[in-house]
Design a protein around this ligand. Structure first.
Ligand code: APR
Length: 234
């Protein structure tokens, strides 16, 4: 029934895996100030603190596993007869470990760092600090988390805009709709007037009224059911 599907995911899809969201009770932004750990100015002011914050989050990935929602989306990507563009604001690797074949990480990835001198992006599993030299150019200190901080431009926006303009189903899963440009994707899709829009979230997001359809509950329950529906419709 649907040909080109675009899925946008946020922290809510990883919540049942044990990864803290940002804005829920006990979320990351209750425990840390954004301006201390997630801006270019913070990194300039106190790089050790910022590296430590991301080192802890990177290490935590070793203790969590993908849940049924990640696995269901991977199944959709593998079995849908049309295209499934999976865009995530998450910097974890749970979509990949859940089996997704292609993931657009618009806010970057915890398991990557990049060199501010030679610009090389490195796959990175352990800790990174100001003493670590860039494996490509040897520069130090020159590595930063490959994360899009507040005030920076998300990655892959051209590809994302193309996918949004071409889709006939847009689904937003587990995001509070507070952070642009992702929060504006539903409006872009609706302006074109071709695609059905669906929100799957624990509770109505900031932008819930923009969606043609909303399903509220846990992603681990609702996403597998949604995927089976789409695959059954052909
Ligand atoms: N199932 C579905 N949704 C859930 C679940 C769950 N089990 N648990 C929580 N949620 C919902 C919450 O109700 C909330 O609306 O997930 C949403 C998470 O919202 P945020 O914490 O704001 O996360 P997100 O929208 O991904 O944040 C966007 O903000 O700080 C930046 O860069 C960071 O990518 C992040 C961006």
């Amino acid at each position: 029934m649907y040909e080109n599907i675009v899925i946008l995911t946020g922290a809510g899809i990883s919540a049942e895996s044990g990864v803290a969201t940002f804005r829920d009770n006990g979320g990351l932004w209750e425990q840390h100030r954004i301006e201390d750990v997630a801006t270019p100015e913070a990194f300039q002011r106190d790089p050790d603190l910022v590296q430590h914050f991301y080192n802890l989050r990177r290490a935590q990935l070793g203790t969590v596993d993908p849940n049924n929602a990640h696995k269901a989306l991977a199944k959709l990507q593998g079995q849908h007869r049309g295209t499934v563009t999976l865009i995530t604001q998450n910097v974890d690797d749970l979509h990949e470990r859940g089996g997704a074949s292609s993931v657009v990480h618009m806010h970057g990835e915890l398991k990557k760092v990049r060199c501010l001198s030679c610009k090389t992006v490195h796959f990175w599993e352990g800790d990174c600090d100001q003493k670590t030299a860039c494996p490509a150019c040897g520069g130090a200190p020159s590595l930063r988390p490959h994360i899009v901080w507040f005030g920076e431009m998300p990655f892959y926006m051209d590809d994302i805009e193309m996918a949004l303009s071409d889709c006939d189903l847009f689904v937003s899963i587990g995001t509070s709709g507070n952070v642009y440009p992702a929060a504006g994707f539903v409006a872009s899709v609706r302006r074109l007037g071709r695609a059905h829009t669906l929100e799957i979230n624990l509770e109505p997001s900031e932008g819930a009224t923009m969606f043609a359809e909303c399903r509220h509950g846990r992603a681990g329950d609702l996403v597998p059911a949604f995927v089976e529906e789409i695959l059954a419709a052909g």
